[in-house]
Ligand binder design. Structure first.
Ligand SMILES: Cc1cc2nc3c(=O)[nH]c(=O)nc-3n(C[C@H](O)[C@H](O)[C@H](O)COP(=O)(O)O)c2cc1C
Length: 264
């Protein structure tokens, strides 16, 4: 029997269908190399869902009345999931994630009054197809396991995500990038001072990058997937009438979810 996803996964997938590119934007919080919080927006590209094996599933506890009966059913039959973003591997957030993969995402949908917060572990995936000449290609830019509070689940998670065939997903996402976005990956290093580049280099950055251009190989070398595996999810719904509501999901070691209603 096909397994249903928790309600927040459904909300994300619906938002991706209903909204255009980049409009499902999340504020992504990471910890800088100096130990300070840093937040920027990233555009959600995909939500990968992998059904948990029958052995992995245990029934979640529902402590109070959620949205409706179907919500309870959804929350009881979890799927393993990862939020997929694309990024430039040279951007500072990638080094930050390698140092400390703990991260937090948040978005706000005014039309439904829903705030979604996702705390989890981030992974940087450098596709093998983009690394010409690297033998063997190193596809995971691995977090420092010592400092990761999630270290016990990291290996299990990597092996599960692998089932999603990230080589195929990443190629499709790269090919689907707008030519302007693809060209972003051939420009100077994100965050570097502009005056460290010549006028000639900067003029070249204005050119769009079409599929098949020779610079595409360079763009691909700097392209990476940024995956966030949720571990705790919090939804607050602000309503015009009646009580505001808040739910909290927590991922257990056996990859099942527990949902609890909280005071908003
Ligand atoms: C709406 C919006 C969507 C964005 N989407 C992405 C994205 O998907 N990936 C990305 O790396 N940067 C994206 N950016 C740019 C980042 O916010 C950020 O400026 C850039 O990645 C450098 O970040 P860093 O210095 O924290 O590494 C987006 C910016 C905006 C305003």
């Amino acid at each position: 029997m096909a397994e249903k996803a928790p309600v927040w996964q459904e909300l994300l997938k619906r938002a991706l269908i209903e909204k255009s590119d980049y409009s499902v934007a999340f504020a992504l919080g990471t910890i800088t190399l100096n130990g300070k919080p840093s937040v920027r927006y990233v555009g959600l590209k995909e939500v990968i869902s992998i059904p948990s094996s029958a052995n992995d599933i245990s029934h979640s506890v529902v402590n109070s009345e959620p949205l409706d009966a179907s919500t309870i059913e959804s929350a009881r039959r979890p799927e393993f999931s990862a939020l997929v973003f694309t990024t430039d591997v040279r951007s500072p957030k990638c080094a930050e994630i390698q140092r400390n993969p703990a991260c937090s995402l948040s978005t706000w949908a005014p039309e439904s009054g829903i705030q979604l917060r996702i705390d989890g572990t981030a992974y940087i995936y450098k596709p093998a197809w983009s690394q010409q000449g690297a033998h063997p290609p190193e596809v995971w830019l691995r977090p420092d396991m010592q400092s990761s509070p999630s270290a016990p689940v990291v290996n299990k998670v990597e092996s599960i995500i692998h089932q999603a065939d990230l080589e195929v997903h990443s190629r499709a996402l790269f090919d689907g990038l707008h030519s302007r976005t693809r060209a972003w990956h051939t420009r100077g290093i994100p965050g570097n001072p502009m005056d460290s580049y010549t006028q000639g280099e900067k003029e070249k950055w204005l050119e769009e990058l079409q599929a098949g251009d020779s610079a595409e190989t360079e763009a691909a070398r700097n392209f990476a997937l940024l995956l966030v595996v949720p571990e705790e999810v919090d939804i607050v719904q602000i309503v015009a009438r009646g009580h505001d509501r808040r739910w909290h999901w927590k991922l257990s070691r056996d990859l099942s979810w527990t949902v609890t209603e909280l005071v908003p």
